[in-house]
Design a protein around this ligand. Sequence first.
Ligand code: GUN
Ligand code: ZN
Length: 463
Amino acid sequence: MIGFRANILYFKQDPYFLEVQEDGLFYYKEGMLIVDQQSGLVVQSGQYSELIEEYPDIVIDEQFKDQLIMPGFIDCHTHYPQTEMICTFSTDLFTWLNTYTFPTEEQFKDLSYARKISQFYLNELLKNGTTTALVMATIHPESVQALFEEAIKLNMRVITGKTLMDRNAPDFLCDTPESAFSDSLNLIEKYHNKGRCLYSITPRFSPTSTKEQLQAAGKLKLKYSDVYMHTHLSESIEQVEFAQSLYPENQSDIQIFEQSNLVDKKSVFAHCVMCPKSESDQLSKLQCGVAFCPTSNLCYGAGIFPYHEYVQKNVNFGIGSDVGGTTDFSLLKTLQDAYKVVMISQKDTKNRKPMTSLEGFYRATLGGSKALHLEDKLGKFEPGYEADFVVLDWFTNDIQKLRYETIEKRSGKALKHMENSKANSQSDKSLLAQRLFGIMMMGDQNSIKATYISGKQCYLRKN
Ligand code: GUN
Ligand code: ZN
């Protein structure tokens, strides 16, 4: 057992609806996170002064005493084969797919190439504090094998699956309903629940699958009810119109998947920026996972995620980077775009509600684990939870430092007249959201000091 002494933060619920948002979280400024490195699980977290009495003989790691530890970030939608083509210039999604994406994905028929990129990709996740990801691979079983095998080496929780495409893609990237079924079945048997790996049946999006293929995928989902289904949904006007032309009998994109028994709470849909009301109602009713991918949506001019509407109607969503349709692996940078998207989506400035830092970090941690229905395992520092966590610096450059010190100074002055201990706890609480806002809005890969998977350090920034 080991105790990490630090500023400890985790969420217990969505702060959005709380009058005092801080009531939705636990924050221990002088805290400790106790981890059992044998099992990779959390033993307990809390106030250092209390835990040290309960565990007087515990080995303590003090190297992060003044830094912030929170549960690792959860990326609810990303593509590892697109790592090398991140941030490619394009007018729109379909041009981007045909020009860059499909030729890049062809390379993943080669297992050794897939291994090389898998290693690089997982290392980038760790550098960015991302400890869990729902990942699209390519149509090649080798691409899935490579990613799972590298994840197993790290004991990392990764969800992926072979992409299914049998039309509207180049021949070299097409499978068939039969091979989609049998290749996916073999991979499920081999990797689902192996170590921390989980499988997702992955039709890329409705335009690249025939009805026959979706039905084959639906049969598989019936056979293995606890595997995921992962796809893109209502990402852009062009995509919605294309899907409609291919499936004229369906009212909405989600109905296409429903017709094939592919929709339940373990279905995760990326984007969902163009959903008609009936579709978002269905997402909410079934508690499907949704990935809010603001950077990607902005890069492709795809659309604006209706953040407030979805929170208020209880759509179950987390944050997705959508690597490589984005500019960065960092979920901090993704949150920066989320914040701006939420601002621009509200025209009525008098009643505007920005996305607070507490809402942002909730979505990147516990909100993500809920979207993936892993909230009994990930996203909290409670006994028995998996010990995936990230160590963050409060500031990493001069301007961030100046901002941080100014906030401390101002709050010190404001609270000078109050009794000391009361002042401390009040100032801790009211400062937390402001301090976190600095990390959320100005942070990036440099904010990540270290990343732990199953209680073991897998990344430490050098300087
Ligand atoms: N729709 C179908 N394929 C893709 C993809 O690779 N990226 C994004 N953003 N949307 C898609
Ligand atoms: Zn995507």
